[in-house]
Design a protein around this ligand. Sequence first.
Ligand code: NAI
Ligand code: MG
Length: 331
Amino acid sequence: MQICVIPGDGIGPEVMAVATAALRALAPDLTLTEAEAGWGVFQRTGVALPAETLAAAREATAILFGAVASPSHPVPGYRSPIVELRRTLDLYANIRPTIGPGVDLVVVRENTEDLYSGRERLEDDGNTAIAERVITRTASARIVRAACELARTRQAAGHPGKVTIVHKANVLRVSDGLFRTVALEVAADFPELTFEERLVDVAAMQLAAQPQRFDVIVTTNLFGDILSDIACIHGGGLGVAASSNLGHGRALFEPVHGAAPDIAGRGIANPTAALNCVVMLLEWIGRPHAAERLRRAMDAVAAAGIRTPDAGGDATTREVADAILEQLTTH
Ligand code: NAI
Ligand code: MG
């Protein structure tokens, strides 16, 4: 089985080195291939997602993606490689779990459309910017179905079986109106689950203040991006949060965090999010035992106080990595 590793920019390569070392230790039979994407390769070659990378990603069963640095201003020819990968490989379901004290929830984010469709333009001599928000019945139905199926699986493991449909249909009556209508139609196929609706602003407030009231949240792309960053506060922050992007028989796993330029190169990035990606990957390829070994190793190392500064410790990335790999070889 082939796994494509795309380290990216900034702390991406720093945390992905730890993730691949753990993966090699836990599943030595897997073939790991490494490929480039991001700002660094764009500056060298003018392409952020080289054709060889896309080919390697297509060939792989699963992809481990670090993080890329994307400029916040328009750069001719630059398109975000992660947005491109999600769309090109049709990795339509972005699953972002948060587990913390009293909290166990999952944000299920639509991954292929909405304001991320790349339909932005300037008019009026550059004085008016327009972004088109695309919501389709097909993409809405499949993301809500994915959320319901996840809620059902979780229900079997003792979770409440509740799906919160998040939208802003009171203002975005046409686009989120369609998302809401389709979501309620799909909900009718899952009588064993309970459903509630929240407007996105209220959902954000409640997610910050009362995260324990949520089980599975399903929403459109941009709202899901923002809500999942709020949610991850309750699970130890950006240094910990991992996500999967699921398509048809293919998956990409990535930390929720970005390239963290403020700490890149200092050797203090928290590798936990990247390692949680490995846990998710191992579970997804049907190796729960290996996933559990890694989870236990990470817990033991954190419990021993070997943590990076963002997690309240003073250890380096390397020290955390060495301690976890040591656990894996001795336990
Ligand atoms: P960020 O997630 O890179 O950083 C936010 C803050 O969290 C920073 O203070 C950073 O030091 C800290 N942080 C993040 N991950 C950490 C880790 N593993 N250990 C310790 N501290 C950590 O988000 P930001 O600063 O908004 O974006 C920086 C760059 O990353 C931008 O170019 C952005 O476009 C890109 N980005 C890429 C993403 C991706 O590749 N999927 C996702 C988010 C941002
Ligand atoms: Mg984000």
